[in-house]
Design a protein around this ligand. Structure first.
Ligand code: AMP
Length: 420
């Protein structure tokens, strides 16, 4: 059976998932961190059965790096090695997949789908990567300077090593290209939009697309007949209003810095305050952007951690932690309220991503504040983590759903659908 790889390349890291398609079965997943360093970290998790069959003949050195995963269902390869660049990282990873018996030959991988952060107005769906597409991804680095160059680097490196595999770009922004101009335009001089593409593009589109389709399936309705609000609450967080089966509005903006409070990102801030602080603190533009991207959000307010788990642990004794949680909840509620008004109603709200999938108390705090709209939480049903389940009461007018996101699967499916 053909294997497809879903890739998320960052500036110094590369995450991947290898799936058997069209069976949609994950056979390996992993990450290479600290690319460019002498002590890059390689982690690959894979199924026990696959390895049991093929481990024979491995060097002791390899086996030393392999442990059984916590759940006992798989194996984990971990190693620290020097890796100069993305090309080396991918070469090492493919070689290791072969050594571990996960693939027999590189040729088995017939498709590679790459997450690309910015697709601008050029891409409203996933596309096969051509020279022209790659050139556009390079040009869109203006919109996502931290991400698109790394995404493009990943694409080029895979193309060199797997020249026969279909290379596909899956854009974070494309799902949101259906937003009406009323929602994607800022109230700025119109010429900035025509001249520079200054508008809202949104992000996390692949996740919102996946969970909205799952929500429709769970509710037994056609997505086109539903009004949904999807809450992707992870380290990065965004909220999307989905109407007529399409993204109608979303909380992230020109870049993924806008919207709700995030782990270290500020979310919405009055732009004049940015200049006020920048001047007083004597910060350069890059330093100020760094404050807004890396030092704000939950971390900035709490002063102790960007991780929601840490804040929940100490919220009873630490006022700043409590305040950070309260601000996070408040911003989420505000967006949900806006979107109910914009869509003139809502049928279901969907929780996903790290916080949304795992935090029982955060989901409760949010739903309890939405009772006016007719959402009622079933505390027992809500007492789960990472399962696809309805968490509202059976008489709840508006449904609340918990749906673990699966961006890798969406990427692999897009590759499949472009193979024809
Ligand atoms: P993501 O970006 O989707 O991978 O989500 C990562 C975030 O999920 C981290 O910043 C954690 O704060 C958060 N997270 C993971 N598990 C929990 C949990 N049990 N309770 C609260 N937050 C969690």
């Amino acid at each position: 059976m053909a294997k497809t790889m879903a890739v998320n390349a960052g500036s110094s890291s590369l995450k991947f998932q290898l799936l058997e398609m069209p069976a949609e079965q994950v056979i390996a997943q992993g990450v290479i961190e600290r690319i460019g360093m002498d002590d890059a970290i390689v982690t690959i998790k894979y199924g026990a059965e696959i390895v049991a069959e093929r481990l024979v003949g491995h060097s002791d050195d390899d086996e030393d790096h392999i442990t059984i995963t916590k759940d006992g269902k798989g194996k984990k390869y971990e190693n620290v090695v020097p890796i100069k660049n993305h090309q080396q990282a991918i070469n090492f990873m493919l070689q290791k997949l072969t050594d571990l018996g996960i693939i027999e030959d590189f040729q088995e991988i017939t498709g590679v789908g790459h997450r690309v952060v910015a697709g601008g107005e050029w891409f409203n769906h996933s596309v096969v990567v051509t020279d022209e597409v790659l050139a556009k991804i390079d040009r869109l680095a203006d919109y996502a300077p931290l991400h698109n160059p790394a995404n493009a680097m990943g694409i080029r490196a895979f193309q060199k090593l797997l020249p026969d595999a279909l290379s596909v770009a899956v854009f974070d922004t494309s799902f949101h290209q259906t937003m009406p101009d009323v929602n994607y335009l800022y109230s700025l001089p119109y010429e900035y939009y025509t001249r520079y593409g200054a508008r809202k593009y949104g992000a996390h589109g692949t996740s919102h697309r996946y969970v909205s389709a799952r929500a429709a399936a769970m509710l037994g309705k056609d997505l086109k007949d539903l009004k949904l609000i999807t809450l992707h609450l992870g380290a990065g967080a965004s909220i999307t209003a989905i109407k007529d089966g399409k993204s109608f509005d979303t909380s992230m903006g020109f870049s993924p810095l806008a919207g709700v409070t995030m782990a270290t990102r500020a979310g919405d801030v009055d732009p004049s305050l940015v200049y006020y602080i920048q001047e007083r603190e004597g910060l350069t533009n890059d330093e100020m952007l760094n404050v807004l991207n890396k030092k704000s959000g939950l971390l900035g307010i709490s002063t102790i951690s960007s991780d929601m788990r840490d804040l929940l642990d100490v919220q009873d004794t630490n006022e700043h932690a409590k305040l950070a949680i309260n601000i996070f909840i408040n911003r989420v509620i505000k967006y949900v309220g806006q979107y109910v008004a914009e869509m003139n109603g809502v049928d279901a709200i969907v929780f996903t991503a790290g916080i949304g999938e795992n935090s029982v108390p955060v989901r409760k705090m949010i739903v309890d504040k939405l009772s006016y709209f007719g959402v009622k939480l079933d505390d027992e049903k809500n007492n789960v983590r990472g399962e696809e389940v309805e968490i509202s009461t059976s008489d709840s007018k508006v449904k609340a759903l918990l749906i673990p996101t699966n961006e890798e699967l969406m990427i692999a499916r897009d590759v499949e659908s472009l193979k024809a």
